[in-house]
Design a protein around this ligand. Structure first.
Ligand SMILES: NC(=O)c1ccc[n+]([C@@H]2O[C@H](COP(=O)([O-])OP(=O)(O)OC[C@H]3O[C@@H](n4cnc5c(N)ncnc54)[C@H](O)[C@@H]3O)[C@@H](O)[C@H]2O)c1
Length: 273
């Protein structure tokens, strides 16, 4: 590990008090960054910030608040840009939420919940950061968090999938607007990733996805953090508008009778043990 890779640089990571966002914050702090840790859950953010600071490398700072609110994300960028002794160079728009539901019964309330954070929050955080990078003349790196569900249809996730597809297109669109200012925007799209939330949804989440992912295991938050770190690191200076799927190959295959047979065979082998 390059302990000083991100020394002297500040990152904002949204939705970072748990799960993938927390792993990204930790990855950056282990490599010397100052990380502005945002989450809606103020108490949990405080607790994790204390733990991150105990790692003894970079620095974590709390910035609790609602990343779907335009005034809040603008203030957060101002706060991060004003920190002494370190320069705001990295943004990770990780905060996002999922609402499951049949398309034919999907409510306006659920639609607004998904789109106000996943789309509006991401769009205006990116805009606020890009304005700062342009005015400061420093360039900058922005990573958006998409999903395999933005690339492949998945049951009961229409609004979520649509929002995540739009996120990847936002990064593509911005190659024209932001490349002249030295700003890169890329998307990291996790597949099924083991977090407290996903484990609550399905207690054997790791076991189920080990069967479905061609590489034979569930995704871990640190897998996603490593891909984010690549886009933020020195090797990705000339890469923008791209998307990396971190999914163990899940989005590469189509459902087939052969695959169902393989799953059933694995199930019956488990039952025999
Ligand atoms: N876990 C997965 O399997 C998976 C797969 C694909 C994509 N993703 C994406 O990765 C990102 C992180 O996912 P996760 O599973 O770690 O999420 P999570 O649900 O475990 O954690 C999300 C965090 O965001 C916070 N949050 C919620 N609303 C917020 C708001 N308005 N402002 C600020 N913070 C808010 C929550 O308090 C929570 O701490 C999301 O964008 C998600 O869509 C996750």
């Amino acid at each position: 590990m390059e302990a000083n890779l991100f020394s002297g640089k500040t990152a904002i990571v949204t939705g970072a008090a748990t799960g993938i966002g927390l792993a990204i914050a930790e990855y950056l702090i282990e490599r010397g960054a100052t990380v502005v840790v945002n989450d809606l859950d103020a108490e949990r953010t405080e607790k994790e910030v204390r733990r991150l600071n105990d790692l003894g490398r970079g620095k974590a700072l709390t910035c609790a608040g609602d990343a779907s609110r335009v005034d809040f994300v603008r203030d957060m960028v101002d706060y991060a840009a004003g920190l002494a002794g370190t320069r705001l160079e990295m943004i990770v728009a990780n905060a996002g939420l999922t609402e499951f539901g049949d398309f034919l019964d999907f409510t306006e309330e659920s639609f607004d919940k998904v789109t106000s954070l996943n789309l509006k929050g991401t769009f205006f955080l990116t805009q606020a950061a890009a304005r700062h990078f342009r005015d400061a003349g420093t360039g900058g790196r922005i990573v958006l968090i998409g999903s395999t569900v933005g690339n492949r249809a998945y049951p009961n996730l229409v609004a979520y999938g649509m929002s995540k597809a739009a996120i990847a297109m936002l990064a593509e669109q911005l190659t024209l607007d932001l490349s002249p200012h030295g700003i890169t925007v890329n998307t990291v799209s996790p597949g099924a990733t083991l977090t407290e939330r996903t484990e609550e949804e399905e207690p054997d989440y790791a076991g189920v996805w080990a069967q479905l992912n061609p590489d034979g295991r569930v995704g871990l938050p640190r897998d996603v953090a490593a891909a984010v770190g690549f886009f933020l690191g020195p090797g990705a200076e000339h890469i923008t508008g791209q998307q990396i799927l971190v999914d163990g190959g899940w989005a590469n295959y189509s459902a087939s009778p052969f695959f169902v047979d393989t799953l059933l065979a694995a199930e019956s082998k488990k039952a025999d043990v």
